[in-house]
Design a protein around this ligand. Structure first.
Ligand SMILES: [Zn+2]
Length: 98
């Protein structure tokens, strides 16, 4: 069973110094070109289109990895997707009985 709700993608982003890059995970299906976002580990990141070298050199953020693993293993937890049950309107059966 795969939950499509919790999709994430990885993107190398520079940290505030701009010298070191890390590959953070972000919520969503893919990077849509936004200039910044908050990573799974809670860091506000400035995003830019990474080069192949960035992908190659940026180490994967251990915090993001840990959080995603925790989420995956935390099954049976609170978040259960509600099955959309159509609302049943009161058909007036209780009306006029008294
Ligand atoms: Zn991270």
């Amino acid at each position: 069973m795969e939950t499509t709700e919790r999709q994430h993608y990885w993107l190398p982003v520079p940290d505030r110094t701009g010298f070191t890059w890390h590959r953070h995970a972000f919520r969503g299906k893919y990077w849509d070109g936004r200039p910044s976002d908050t990573s799974v580990c809670g860091k506000p990141c400035a995003m830019a289109k990474p080069s192949e070298l960035d992908w190659f050199q940026a180490p994967t953020c251990p915090d993001c990895t840990e959080l995603l693993i925790t989420e995956q293993s935390g099954t049976g937890n609170t978040e259960q997707p509600r099955t959309a049950s159509p609302e049943q309107p009161d058909t007036g059966s209780a009306e006029g009985e008294q």
